[in-house]
Write a protein that binds this ligand. Structure first.
Ligand SMILES: [Zn+2]
Length: 266
């Protein structure tokens, strides 16, 4: 196991970006392993009255570096648009510190941390993340990922009945900018159309990704972005940010304000 990147250096960048953008920078917990001791962090950015409750996560898979880079720039764009946004935004910059350093999808133990939610004997990193999330409700969640095998971008989306798709708007924005879309009918074993996977049917209660954790905890709508790992790094970040700008416009329009008396707790 050889370190290829520095997690403290990445956290230093986020700490400075949090200061620049008026976000808090907080410690969620710490764990120890043969590679050292790691503190895990989250940030919180409150804009306006903080009505729309949002959670944005990245760095779950250590070999998907465009995610944290996108989030650094995304924080700047949120601050730039602050006067027209009404949101309380929780940000997880890197859910897999050892994977980040090793440049591996899994953590130092070879565990895929995005299969460790709501699970007995879960990995320490995810126990820390779930503790930080406990008792919080979200109206929209965004998980920023990459697919190291693809040449085109695709998205997962889940939304409660009657809600307009945001993923379709993101794909349209990507197409307008000439970005390649993953057009397969099946992506990662799931039915897809026009670069969007819309998972349907019952969800298993074990080995869950973070997005499904949010779904079980009542989120109205969620998206996972998957930039194509076969393209240049800068291009992937650009594509993620095209999607993020669509999200900012939706946030400015108040599309994640929860209708009264709507309760999706399970
Ligand atoms: Zn991933």
């Amino acid at each position: 196991m050889e370190k290829q990147r520095s997690y403290p250096e990445l956290m230093g960048r986020f700490r400075r970006r949090a200061e620049e953008t008026g976000a808090t920078f907080e410690t969620a917990g710490a764990f120890e392993c043969p590679l050292g001791r790691y503190e895990m962090h989250f940030m919180r950015m409150r804009l306006g009255a903080g009505t729309q409750r949002i959670c944005i996560s990245t760095g779950m898979h250590g070999d998907e570096p465009a995610g944290p880079e996108t989030l650094l720039e995304a924080m700047r764009r949120l601050r730039e648009n602050a006067t027209r946004l009404d949101a309380d935004i929780l940000l997880f910059p890197c859910d897999n510190p050892t994977g980040w350093e090793l440049n591996t999808r899994e953590n130092w133990q070879g565990r895929d941390l995005n299969r460790e939610f709501m699970k007995q004997g879960q990995a320490e990193e995810i126990r820390i993340v779930e503790t930080a999330l406990a008792g919080q409700r979200f109206d929209f969640t965004l998980d920023i990922h990459e697919d190291i095998d693809t040449y085109g971008m695709y998205l997962y989306e889940r939304a409660r009945p009657g809600r307009a798709s945001l993923a379709e708007e993101m794909i349209a924005a990507l197409r307008r900018r000439g970005c390649p879309i993953e057009e397969s009918d099946v992506i990662e074993g799931l039915p897809a159309s026009g670069g969007i996977i819309v998972p349907k049917g019952p969800l298993r209660r074990s080995d869950l990704p973070k997005a499904v954790y949010f779904w079980h905890h009542g989120v109205l709508q969620l998206i996972t972005t998957e930039s194509p790992g076969r393209l240049d790094f800068e291009r992937r970040v650009e594509m993620q940010l095209i999607c993020f700008d669509v999200f900012i416009e939706a946030l400015a329009a108040g599309r994640f304000v929860r209708p009264q008396a709507l309760n999706w707790d399970i």
